[in-house]
Design a protein around this ligand. Structure first.
Ligand code: ADQ
Length: 453
């Protein structure tokens, strides 16, 4: 069996306290067979660490490099999160492109490839993750790597009209074509990529989504990421017996809870979500004083201006809504701008009658799956899900909404709060099957089987 080499922007080495730190580590789950090498940025900024430091933990070797302050600002804050992230979430109005930051991105991708190359063995399978590292494959090839190299994009891909706005869009597209396999969460993202390949490179793809670029076959694959639902469900059951869940229940006085949990990111549609909740209270008076919303928004990318602006917008919006509707013993929106532990989150999902997952665009969205996994079979809550989340492809029995339509979302919340137990159970059973089927192993196997082939 070939050794698996994972390459991702951030590498978090597991510790006793956090045995599987980080989103990708959780998602890859059993994909991390003993012997796996995981390569990426340590999260440290400074001038040291140009050659990888190696650490072994739980059978996996972690190889990390550091970035300089300038690399961090140009590659990570600037081009990755100020240009690529908004572009690939259809936010051309937020696209903040600077040529020197793009150069920083190219340089860091080359640096990743240079530092990784000496660690590779001939028959390794190399799996590169996400938009920060589009050009690592091309750089490895240019330095003579002959291994199979695959790439997975965790966020959406966009159609040609949108990619066209990025001055270096064609260059990135060609970079992606250096991989043997390019993977996406949904057919929509994959088709958008193939459509760009056809429009900008003039290459038609075969029925199986493969095409030939400069004499090499490039395959594409749809591999929806999932969660370890059974483990998450057990965490929720344990949490439900704990002190925090008791406290939140006591604080609700039998009121229904609507929950949202996201990184504080403009792709998640938080202002729209609050406006929808405002509409609910405006139009359906019977819910005033009877329902509370808990929004947990983990602060994220605070070095990027747009994220600071968003935080101020949300502070104002929540203050405005709470000021208008609060009673001396009830506030409509409980708003926390920090991360919760997985256990607390699981417990709160289980208490919540409604899970409100309304991103404006999202590659997949794992919160939707976690909310389903955390419900009790005897009295499950209702998932409201944006049609623009990749998860909507699979989770069809949720109440699917257009997050731009505050009235539609308000009506869906009203419908969810009124839904009888029979319908809630029926929808949840169907969702449960889909979420349990989408294991981390299915994700890694779907991708790696095509790469190995
Ligand atoms: P994210 O944009 O980070 O991931 P998501 O898939 O929802 O979005 O994952 C977020 C994770 O963070 C979930 O496990 C969630 O529980 C946790 N989380 C969110 N808010 C939290 C909070 N306030 N406190 C604690 N934990 C919180 C990117 C893409 C997604 C894609 C994933 C995986 O944008 O579309 O699903 O990668 O591919």
């Amino acid at each position: 069996m070939s050794r698996l080499v994972i390459v991702s922007n951030r590498v978090q080495i597991p510790t006793e306290k956090a045995p599987r730190a980080g989103g990708l580590a959780v998602a890859l789950g059993s994909g991390l067979a003993p012997g796996t090498l995981w390569f990426g940025w340590s999260g440290k900024r400074g001038h040291n660490g140009r050659t990888p430091s190696l650490h072994d933990a739980q059978g996996v070797t972690y190889a990390t490099i550091d970035l300089t302050e300038k690399e961090y600002h140009d590659f990570y804050v600037g081009f990755s999160n100020g240009a690529l992230w908004p572009l690939l979430h259809y936010r051309l109005d937020y696209l903040d492109y600077h040529r020197h930051q793009h150069q920083g991105y190219c340089d860091v991708n080359a640096y990743f490839a240079e530092a990784l190359l000496p660690l590779l063995k001939d028959d390794d399978l190399v799996w590169v993750h996400d938009y920060q590292l589009f050009l690592v494959g091309e750089n490895l090839r240019a330095r003579g790597a002959t291994q199979k190299i695959g790439f997975f994009l965790h966020i959406p891909f966009v159609p040609p009209e949108i990619l066209d706005a990025l001055p270096c869009g064609l260059e990135l597209l060609r970079g992606l074509c250096a991989y043997d396999v390019v993977g996406f969460h949904t057919d929509e993202h994959r088709n958008a990529f193939l459509s760009c390949v056809e429009t900008f490179l003039g290459l038609a793809s075969a029925d199986d989504g493969s095409f030939v670029f400069e004499g090499r076959l490039v395959k594409t694959v749809t591999a929806p990421i999932g969660i370890d639902a059974e483990e998450f469900a057990q965490t929720a059951v344990r949490a439900a017996r704990g002190a925090e869940v008791r406290r939140i229940r006591e604080s609700l006085f039998s009121r229904a809870l609507v929950i949202g949990a996201d990184r504080l990111d403009y792709s998640k549609g938080l202002p729209n979500r609050f406006r929808a909740f405002d509409q609910l209270l405006e139009r359906f008076h019977e819910h005033r004083g009877k329902v509370s919303m808990l929004q947990v928004a983990a602060r994220s990318r605070e070095d990027v201006d747009r994220y600071q602006q968003l935080r101020r917008t949300l502070d104002r919006l929540v203050g405005d809504i709470n000021g208008r509707y609060s009673e001396f013993d009830w506030i409509p929106i409980r708003y926390m701008t920090r991360a919760l532990s997985r256990k607390s989150l699981a417990g709160f999902y289980r208490v919540a009658r409604v899970g409100l997952v309304t991103p404006l665009r999202d590659g997949m969205n794992l919160v939707a799956k976690e909310y389903v996994a955390a419900q009790s079979s005897a009295d499950p809550g209702v998932l409201i899900l944006s049609r623009f989340a990749g998860a909507a492809d699979e989770l069809k029995e949720a109440l699917i909404v257009n997050p731009y339509d505050a009235d539609e979302v308000a009506e869906a919340i009203d419908q969810a709060l009124a839904m009888d137990l029979g319908e809630r159970k029926e929808r949840w059973q169907a969702l449960r099957e889909r979420v349990w089927a989408g294991t981390p192993a299915r994700f890694t196997e779907t991708f790696l089987s095509v790469l190995r082939d």
